[in-house]
Design a protein around this ligand. Structure first.
Ligand SMILES: Cc1cc2nc3c(=O)[nH]c(=O)nc-3n(C[C@H](O)[C@H](O)[C@H](O)COP(=O)(O)O)c2cc1C
Length: 165
């Protein structure tokens, strides 16, 4: 199996983090992986907010479900959809999903862990993130060195998923 296929299979959602900081060059590599995601009409409707300061992390943790992850992860990456850059809510969300998966795979490949925290529509959270009027929060991704090694969660077998015609 090549490196990409192995990373796809071995990546896990990590929900417990060590306190060690994430090196700046790794943060850049992760953002770069997100930047190269495909998007409808190449509109690249994602915008990134890195929540790094201890104060902002604590404030954010109080406002979101599973705040412990945000409290303990040295970095939380918020991905926003820029409605002005995009052109269709579904296509934009699809592209942002691809962007998030690129990020999760980059995180894993760098020996880090992360978890996708699903979309929350919350004005207070968007305001804390400094979201602009035409931006909406799509997901939060706490990132850090893993403090757990979860077992793989079961996947449906291909035979249940695929029809060949
Ligand atoms: C759209 C989406 C939303 C998710 N939301 C959450 C969430 O809010 N909280 C959480 O702990 N995990 C969340 N996850 C992670 C899934 O629970 C996880 O990917 C799934 O259980 C499979 O486990 P694995 O990632 O370790 O393979 C989300 C994943 C996706 C793709």
């Amino acid at each position: 199996m090549n490196e990409v296929l192995r990373a796809i299979k071995e990546r896990r959602s990590i929900r417990a983090f060590k306190h060690d900081p994430v090196e700046p060059e790794k943060v850049e590599a992760i953002l770069e992986a997100g930047r190269w995601a495909p998007s409808g009409r190449n509109t690249q409707p994602w915008r990134f907010v890195l929540v790094q300061s201890p104060e902002k992390r604590q404030e954010l943790a109080k406002l979101v479900p599973q705040g412990d992850m945000v409290r303990t992860a040295p970095i939380t990456l918020a991905i926003l959809r820029d409605r002005q850059a995009g052109y269709d809510p579904i296509k934009d969300a699809e592209g942002i999903g691809a962007c998030a998966q690129n990020i999760l795979l980059a995180v894993h490949s760098l020996g880090l862990g992360a978890c996708w925290i699903g979309r929350m529509q919350d004005k207070e959270v968007e305001s804390l993130l400094g979201a602009r009027e035409h931006e909406e929060l799509m997901m939060l991704i706490p990132i850090g060195y893993p403090a757990e090694r979860p077992a793989p969660r079961e996947r449906k077998p291909l035979v249940e998923l695929v029809r060949r015609i």
